[in-house]
Design a protein around this ligand. Structure first.
Ligand SMILES: *Cc1c(COP(=O)(O)O)cnc(C)c1O
Length: 379
């Protein structure tokens, strides 16, 4: 069994993907061109933002957004403590300071009450100026944007939606990657919509931001590439990846998103009474980048993971370490007691195999193995 079966996905969609790759090879156009611009407009339409600017990866997408807002030294950017490193790395790259915020124990997403408390504390201390909230759609579930929006308005902050794992998720009102003032995603192969290498995208409704990011991602170009009016970076989605994404995006829309939701529903039926399964609030829809259960303790989690491994079932711990304890950040700056939920989750989470090509038999096999471990442990 595979944790995320990209080989099977390719075999099922082989003729469409091969066709797209051949088309790019035949045009001889490997950077930019119609494949990239057509994909950008399809993605923008789908998420419901006016502009999509593709780039080299999801980390660059976040950095480009912060660069467009001129974030730098002295600025505070609020980031969940329970996320992938990139969400905060980009803040430090630009010389700004990530202020970590604890998360909600049910949704894994940034906790609005903790966010507001951290903003208040930052204002009181007066060392860093609050500028941006990075709201991550962790494991495919959109963050609590109604509350985050209220807080952003109250303190005059911008919202950067890190939708690297969130693409395809939605609420009754909106799709992921349309919740932020700027939203971003990643096309890393294992993400909900992945390419066959690195890729990413930035979304915005603002025309000036769109123009600025299009300049920033091509060496700060002015009228053309050899007219450089600002310091930027080289961050582009290549045409081959755009072709691959065009084919894979079709499958994603036609059935993959629904398939992962069916898989999640079956996991919940089989496991809901045995372990804490993921919570999806009323009116929310996840794209299931991960299916993450919670065990009672680190011992139980580690024991289950070893048991599954023995049974040939892959599982992963996302995430083993809170951001505020990562050595790359100034760990003296943060206090463990600000992050009780994240500290606890890092001990107890386990992500099970999840992808659109998982069979009913495979889901049953995983669920039975989890159930048998928990039952035997209780004896
Ligand atoms: C994967 C990921 C990123 C970074 O995307 P890359 O394409 O790997 O650079 C950023 N934020 C989150 C939450 C992610 O999961």
């Amino acid at each position: 069994m595979e944790f995320r079966d990209l080989k099977k996905q390719y075999l099922v969609n082989k003729s469409e993907i091969d066709h797209e790759i051949a088309e790019v090879l035949e045009t001889g156009r490997f950077i930019g061109g119609p494949k990239v611009s057509e994909l950008e407009s399809e993605l923008a339409d789908y998420v419901g933002m006016k502009h999509c600017i593709s780039c080299a990866n999801g980390t660059d997408a976040l950095e480009l957004a912060l660069m467009a807002w001129g974030i730098g030294r002295g600025d505070a950017v609020f980031v969940p403590d329970f996320t992938f490193f990139s969400s905060a790395e980009v803040v430090s790259i630009l010389g700004a300071t990530p202020i970590f915020v604890d998360v909600d124990s049910d949704t894994f997403n940034i906790d609005p009450a903790a966010l507001e408390a951290m903003i208040e504390r930052t204002i009181t201390e007066g060392v860093y100026e609050p500028k941006v909230i990075v709201a991550v759609d962790l494991f495919g579930l959109p963050a609590n944007f109604p509350e985050i929006g209220r807080i952003a308005d109250k303190y005059g902050l911008k919202i950067l939606e890190d939708g690297a794992q969130g693409f395809g998720g939605m609420t009754a009102k909106e799709r992921a990657c349309a919740f932020g003032d700027i939203s971003t995603t990643s096309f890393f192969p294992a993400k909900p919509l992945g390419c066959y290498g690195d890729g990413g995208a930035v979304f915005t409704n603002d025309d000036d931001t769109d123009a600025l990011i299009r300049s920033l991602c091509v060496h700060g170009k002015g009228k053309m590439k050899y007219d450089n009016i600002r310091i930027g970076m080289n961050s582009r989605l290549d045409s081959l990846q755009a072709g691959i994404l065009t084919a894979k995006f079709r499958a994603f829309r036609e059935h993959e998103l629904e398939d992962v939701n069916n898989a999640a529903a079956l996991y919940k039926d089989l496991l809901g009474d045995i372990v804490k399964t993921p919570y999806v609030p009323q009116g929310y829809y996840s794209s299931w980048a991960q299916y993450t259960i919670q065990l009672n303790s680190r011992d139980q989690r580690d024991g289950l993971q070893a048991y599954l491994k023995e049974a040939g079932i892959p599982s992963m711990v996302y995430y083993i370490k809170p951001m505020h304890l990562q050595k790359a950040f100034d760990s003296n700056f943060y206090r463990d007691d600000d992050y009780p939920v994240t500290m606890n989750l890092c001990d107890r989470v386990l992500s099970l195999p999840m992808h659109p090509y998982l069979t009913v038999d495979e889901i049953k096999e995983v669920a039975e193995a989890v159930a048998s471990y928990i039952k035997n442990e209780q004896k």
